[in-house]
Design a binder for this molecule. Structure first.
Ligand code: TNX
Length: 543
């Protein structure tokens, strides 16, 4: 906590720098460098073509065109270019070629890009489709907010202008995640797709889906059909159940992949399993299925470690993780491992050994919450996800470095700054939405707190290279609708996205909160146009 306070940045209300006489402009997360020279802007109009050069460029251009056609009503044809000269002043060039990204950055080749805009056209360039897509999301933010409209928008008074800009960019961390708990409350496919679109705007590249918990099992598993029978019939608070069929799930994965977002599915084991236990008596030590659970307690359920249940339990693990891996093109499976408070240490370690063996047999790299670091025989490369506070308590730091000692990396989700289900402070202008959320992780949590932390300063001994990335989870015990979800997630997720993407502050100093607030206000206009019901926290000059 001392660290969190010491690092606190004040988000002073600021007037964002005006570019070319336009109102606020800026990109969230902050690029490595962004200059807005005092030159004539680009205007996207009915003549604009998207000129794609290099393998994979046309698909990225098509994703952008499909988005921009809706609001602008323009045709925006994607044409194959054979070189720069093909692009006219009204065109947007999408270029993939070697040497087009900042190669002195660790992830420059993977996801870096450059963006040049002016009256002679727009040029987006990268070495990979992923980098080119990130560039297109910067362009999206530089366009007028009306570009986000999902119906035909009235063109902005000055046209679809992009200020003259010169941007060089690459991410700081490879893994930049948003976690959505669809187990405590179920969110339909359309809500998940909307969420993916919004996190992609912030250059996040992982959607971690917390698919199972005590209150519900949300993914069809053919070999254990009751998981989505009884197991999916409930949620927290008696709000009804739901689950994704395999086709639903494939749709989510595909929509995410088009935005270069990897889905990381989580089946939480061996605790947080009441839904599975309620569906299959043979998974319970006493052979009796418990009732479905609709409360908010944690830590009371577990798979059975007893040898008498070993056959059923190991078959369950192999079947579930096998079917999950088959649906997962990405490299990771998350197997949970948190808050197994209903098992002895010995039983926990035995179950973790069996869970991770079944997981590793699928060929995927495993991720577990930091408690899983208690095991000293994790499969090679297993990733730990840290959820304790900015200042570690008890043995959280040692459990986390255990993953690094065993050849894996770490994802940081410090709960007191990155858990987006923590309450906001009360709103002096009215209690709008403050009924939502929890307080346990040193809540309420302000936007400033979500912005003022440094990944390398949390777990002693973790080097930059040990940190795979950063993730902002949203747990949904108190959140049951898409507007409520948006309210808790935005704007704090933008702070976490900036920590995950943007360069570390120079010389261990603090981030420029005034710059962030100004750019966030600009992002807010886009969220408004998207109809996102975010919380207009104080300290930001919202339009
Ligand atoms: C902790 S920290 C949990 C979740 C709860 C959340 C509520 C961790 C890995 N698990 O089970 O939903 O707190 O904020």
């Amino acid at each position: 906590l001392a660290l969190a306070l010491a690092a606190t940045t004040t988000l002073t209300a600021c007037t964002a720098p005006a570019q070319n006489g336009e109102s606020m402009t800026g990109i969230v997360p902050a690029p490595i460098s962004a200059d807005y020279p005092d030159r004539a802007p680009f205007t996207l109009d009915s003549d604009t073509r998207l000129v794609a050069t290099g393998e994979g460029a046309a698909a990225v251009a098509e994703t952008f065109a499909a988005f921009a056609r809706v609001s602008t009503g323009f045709e925006l044809p994607v044409v194959e270019g054979s070189g720069e000269s093909d692009a006219a002043a009204s065109d947007i060039a999408f270029v993939i070629a070697d040497g087009e990204a900042p190669d002195d950055e660790p992830f420059g080749a993977a996801e870096g890009y450059t963006l040049e805009a002016g009256s002679d056209g727009v040029r987006l360039a990268a070495e990979t489709p992923a980098g080119l897509f990130r560039a297109s999301q910067s362009l999206r933010q530089l366009l007028p907010a009306e570009i986000e409209r999902t119906d035909a928008a009235k063109p902005p008074a000055d046209g679809w202008r992009v200020p003259a800009a010169s941007v060089t960019d690459a991410p700081r961390f490879a893994y930049r995640g948003s976690m959505l708990d669809v187990a405590r409350h179920f969110f339909p496919v359309e809500d998940v797709l909307d969420h993916i679109d919004r996190i992609a705007l912030l250059k996040l590249n992982v959607l971690h889906l917390h698919l199972t918990d005590d209150q519900g099992w949300r993914l069809q598993i053919d070999s254990w059909p009751e998981l989505t029978g009884i197991g999916a019939s409930t949620s927290t608070g008696g709000d009804g159940g739901g689950f994704y069929t395999k086709d639903d799930y494939r749709r989510i994965v595909e929509y995410a992949a088009e935005r270069f977002v990897t889905v990381v599915p989580e089946v939480d084991l061996p605790g947080h399993t009441n839904a599975a236990l309620s569906a299959y008596p043979e998974l319970n030590c006493d052979g009796v299925a418990p009732k479905p659970y609709e409360g908010v307690e944690v830590g009371f359920s577990s798979l059975c470690a007893s040898p008498e249940r070993a056959e059923a339990t190991d078959r369950f693990l192999a079947d579930v993780l096998g079917e999950l891996a088959e649906l997962t093109p990405g490299p990771w499976l998350h197997v949970g491992g948190d808050e197994s408070l209903a098992t002895s240490e010995a039983d926990y370690l035995d179950l973790v050994r069996r869970i991770t063996a079944a997981g590793a047999a699928t060929g995927k790299t495993l991720i577990g919450w930091h408690e899983m670091g208690a095991s000293r025989d994790l499969p090679a490369g297993t990733i730990g996800q840290y959820w304790d506070f900015v200042t570690p308590r008890e043995d959280a730091a040692a459990l986390t470095t255990s993953f690094v000692e065993q050849g894996g990396g770490v994802i940081l989700s410090p709960a007191d700054v990155a858990y987006l289900d923590m309450k906001y402070p009360d709103d002096p202008d009215g209690p709008l939405g403050t009924k939502l959320g929890q307080l346990w992780a040193d809540g309420p949590t302000t936007l400033e707190e979500s912005y003022a932390w440094e990944p390398t300063a949390i777990v002693p001994g973790l080097a930059e290279a040990d940190i795979l990335g950063v993730e902002a989870p949203v747990w949904t015990e108190t959140i049951s609708t898409s507007p409520d979800l948006e309210f808790m997630v935005f704007p704090r997720i933008a702070a976490v996205a900036e920590i995950a993407w943007s360069p570390a502050p120079a010389d261990g100093g603090s981030r420029d909160g005034a710059s962030f607030a100004g750019r966030l206000a600009s992002l807010g206009t886009h969220l408004d146009a998207l109809g996102v019901s975010y919380r207009k926290v104080g300290g930001v000059p919202w339009a």
